[in-house]
Design a binder for this molecule. Structure first.
Ligand code: NAP
Length: 284
């Protein structure tokens, strides 16, 4: 298929490369120049509007504001190829997904939300877990493309915001898992236990799942080079708070963790991996 791709960052780059590997023609745009080998096989185009001259397109920009600037304020969406189906894979707010759905409908375009679970290594290996929601025909058109970037796609409903709500909730749970590991290390460390010994115990007993496994390894190594930057993690906790407020519900653990991550970002950890919240807990 002729596919557009907007945003070749840590996640978007490997996702676009996997579409090329699967035999699709990819016309890609990124704000900053991209090294040739990272865009191997793609047609790099000069504007976002050119990337939308395709049958389907992905956007993997950082957040709501970037997408608003690049696609809505610029007028790029209005000049998209008729019949285009646009899949936004970024983690965005439920409210903005509703606005995107309406703006695409006005322009006669299809829209689906298709956020992903998995870090850049999973994106590289085409092993992302993909959630998708949107009108049935639009979802059916992009499903073969989602197969090229992920290990499985979960179709969650016809309202695009349902996929964003699921993604935001999953990231909230991940952040809570990281904080749980961090606080457990603080507690056990107070009694002279090495993190590795404690992690070996919990992974071999009650908590042997990938969330605890991936993040205990990062915490034990002390390597907080970003796969997922804490600035983006804080953005997602804010999205979770906004999404729950909209339904009139308060989530107390989320409130506490959001405050803590905001402090860690203010202390200068925003460009580190979000698991550096564990270092923050240790030093506090
Ligand atoms: P990233 O490496 O920081 O890439 C962000 C992308 O957005 C880059 O292409 C960047 O362009 C572009 N961008 C940001 N602001 C822009 C603006 N105002 N105008 C134009 N382009 C702009 O981030 P990432 O880790 O790939 O994350 C991308 C999205 O995926 C986020 O919504 C994130 O929450 C979500 N996500 C991330 C992970 C993960 O583990 N990293 C996992 C699942 C979902 P430049 O190259 O020019 O800066």
């Amino acid at each position: 298929m002729d596919v557009g791709f907007i945003g070749l960052g840590r996640m978007g780059g490997p996702m676009a490369r996997n579409l090329v590997k699967a035999g699709h023609r990819v016309r890609a745009w990124n704000r900053s120049p991209v090294a040739g080998e990272l865009a191997d096989g793609m047609d790099l185009v000069a504007t976002p509007a050119e990337a939308l001259q395709a049958e389907a397109a992905f956007t993997m920009l950082a957040d709501d504001a970037a997408i608003r600037e690049v696609l809505l304020s610029s007028g790029a969406l209005q000049s998209a190829r008729p019949g285009l189906v646009h899949a936004v894979a970024s983690t965005i707010s439920v409210g903005f997904a509703g606005e995107l759905r309406a703006r695409h409908a006005e322009a006669g375009l299809g829209y689906v939300s298709a956020p992903v679970l998995g870090r850049p290594d999973a994106a590289e290996a085409a092993q992302l877990a993909v959630m998708v929601a949107g009108e049935k025909d639009a979802v059916a058109k992009v499903c073969p493309l989602l197969d090229a970037i992920g290990r499985r796609t979960w179709v969650l409903g016809e309202d695009p915001g349902q996929a964003n709500a699921a993604k935001i909730a999953a990231n909230m749970m991940l952040a809570m898992a990281i904080e749980a590991l961090a606080e457990a290390v603080v507690l056990t460390g107070g009694y002279g236990l090495a993190p590795e010994a404690f992690f070996d115990l919990i992974l071999g007993t009650l908590f042997g799942c990938s969330a605890y496994s991936i993040y205990s390894t990062k915490i034990a190594s002390g390597d907080f080079e970003p796969g997922f930057a804490m600035n983006l993690g804080l953005k997602d906790l804010r999205l979770a708070a906004a999404a729950s407020e909209k339904t009139g519900r308060r989530l107390p653990m989320l409130d506490a963790l959001r405050g803590r991550m905001a402090e860690a970002v203010a202390a200068g950890l925003g460009d580190k991996d979000w698991s550096a919240i564990a270092d923050y807990a240790r030093q506090a």
